[in-house]
Ligand binder design. Sequence first.
Ligand SMILES: *Cc1c(COP(=O)(O)O)cnc(C)c1O
Length: 400
Amino acid sequence: MTIDKNDLISQAKANYMNVYNLQDVVLERGDGCYLFDTDGKKYLDCAAGIAVVALGHSSPVFKKAITEQMDMFSMCTGSFVTPSKAAAADLLTKASGLDRVFFCNSGTEAVEGALKLARLWAHKEKSPDAKEFITFRQSFHGRTFGAVSVTEKAHTYPEFGPYLPGVQWAQYNDVDSVKRLISKKTCAIIVELIQGEGGVRPATPEFAKGLRQLCDEHDIAIIVDEIQTGMGRTGTMFAFEQYGITPDIMTLAKGLGGGFPVGAFLAKEKFGKHIGPGTHGSTYGGNPLACAVALAVSSEINQPAFLKSVRDTGAYLKEGLERLKRETNSIEDIRGTGLIFGIDTVFDIKKLIKKLLENGVIATQAGDRSLRLTPPLIADKGHADEAIDKIGHVIRKGDL
Ligand SMILES: *Cc1c(COP(=O)(O)O)cnc(C)c1O
């Protein structure tokens, strides 16, 4: 049966909860860095499901892991040890230097777990009054109640309130603004080392170090949200490695499953030891299927040659973007490292993304006006050239 594209789109528009501005494209299949629509049109995927599809579409590594695990079994309760979960836990704790891990199904769940763990630790080791979280302007941590409570944009919807009490707002890259908020009631600081949804805004080294130092001085937990920046996205396994700091608690998702829904939070023993049976859990979290994929994807990423290739392709892509900036007068700013970039242009961002799509490039918006590129981590210089060519073509034409 041939699918009528327009029927499908109007059906979807009528049936879906209207949370996304739907594109006039029906995606059908993917291969590596490319996606194909129902008309057979080919797109260079510079979104990768927002920094998710690390190994590309229809990755053989991903497929092998999932089918092999499916042939064994796919589900049991968390009270059993399974080979894929034990191995994934070992890999992630070793790679991060953290001591314990809990697997869940998404980023927002990882954040919820991290916030709960911080409170659990503070209640037992600090003071039962130490409940407050410090978070940042332009932050993004997810869509469930705890996560939206520490996400700035969510607060533009008073309809959903009241949010968690005891959340304080500091300015990103401003250690003094954090210092002013610290009291005996502070439990944890939650921070992204590159604010992804906020527009791809990297933390300065002084800021990251300053936060770590403040947390040490005042016995506060630092939760580093690496859901977007982790799993090789910035050219190292985790972004924190580039800042010379270690988180107390860290959240992961997105790239972790390379397209399979899986998240995790990890913690140092000082924090992790407080989680006992009954304090947390998840039916699907850590299921054998998710863990088999997470293990395969993480093993692939956590190799020096793979990470070097991310850095090399990223540096090459950045050079190309800088060249476009010099040549066109249409680019105002380029931020990011590894294979995550935020680009401010003179154009209306929504129109730009639509034009790019028409020209065979899928990219996303970050913040109010930035174009975000987060291609699969397997992208090579040929893909970077193609991205630069196509983006260059669209912004040179400039009829936006
Ligand atoms: C995407 C994201 C989340 C939320 O992850 P979901 O899987 O969508 O729940 C949380 N924090 C950061 C930094 C993210 O980029």
